[in-house]
Write a protein that binds this ligand. Structure first.
Ligand code: AP5
Ligand code: MG
Length: 190
């Protein structure tokens, strides 16, 4: 199996790149944000609860995310691997992920960390707000999402760095250019 974490701040291109890699490498794209947005659209109990957190730009409680990820992984038993997008979001979730994969006799191979500067993140997210209308793509909530990223999510990089699995990638450039940089890493190490 190949298991990849696509990592980076809001608007860095995790979803865009994860989708491309999932297709090219035959991996299951597991986006916790997408699953939550689906739950909101379907008005499930999880969706109703999660909306309150997401609309503020803060993290949904770990226990809800953990159960959601277990369900998604086990629904795809036999997959060639997973590309995790937007998860793990803090060190608790990273430890949980490692334990869960170990119980299934597999592990994380790469954490690809997309590096994009603050101004470009804001530009991309405000631009997307005009196209997709995501309720958390407004200046106030974007500010909060970026703060939560630096306060709670960045330590996940150190966690995987200590395992020798951190691969920083310049996330500025065209979608194809960034994609090419990621491909090179996946090729080099495999
Ligand atoms: P989530 O859905 O994960 O959102 P996010 O991390 O804020 O990131 P985005 O989806 O906004 O950005 P992205 O990096 O995917 O970039 P994209 O490819 O779309 O989380 C949302 C919320 O859900 C959280 O705030 C939290 O409440 C909750 N949540 C989710 N997971 C959780 C977890 N594990 N634990 C707890 N809570 C959780 O690109 C952005 C835009 O830029 C697009 O318009 C795209 O077309 C464009 N673009 C992409 N690449 C380029 C490029 N190279 N050049 C120019 N434009 C580009
Ligand atoms: Mg995304």
């Amino acid at each position: 199996m190949i298991n990849v974490i696509l990592f980076g701040p809001p608007g860095s291109g995790k979803g865009t790149q994860a989708l491309k890699i999932s297709k090219s490498h035959g991996l299951i794209h597991l986006s916790t944000g997408d699953i939550l947005r689906k739950a909101i659209a379907n008005k499930t109990p999880l969706g109703i609860k999660a909306k309150e957190f997401m609309d503020k730009g803060i993290l949904v409680p770990d226990e809800d995310i953990a159960q959601m990820v277990i369900n998604a992984v086990d629904r795809n038993a036999g997959a060639k691997g997973f590309i995790f997008d937007g998860f793990p979001r803090n060190v608790f979730q990273a430890r949980f992920l490692d334990r869960m994969l170990e119980e299934r006799n597999t592990s994380i191979d790469y954490l690809i960390a997309l590096e994009v500067d603050h101004d470009e993140l804001i530009k991309r997210l405000l631009n997307r707000s005009k196209i997709e209308g995501r309720t958390d793509d407004n200046p106030e909530v974007i500010k909060n999402r970026i703060k939560v990223y630096f306060d709670q999510t960045v330590p996940v990089m150190d966690y995987y760095k200590s395992q020798g699995k951190l691969y920083p990638v310049n996330g500025i450039g065209t979608i194809e250019e960034v994609n090419e940089r990621i491909y090179k890493i996946l090729k080099k190490v495999k």
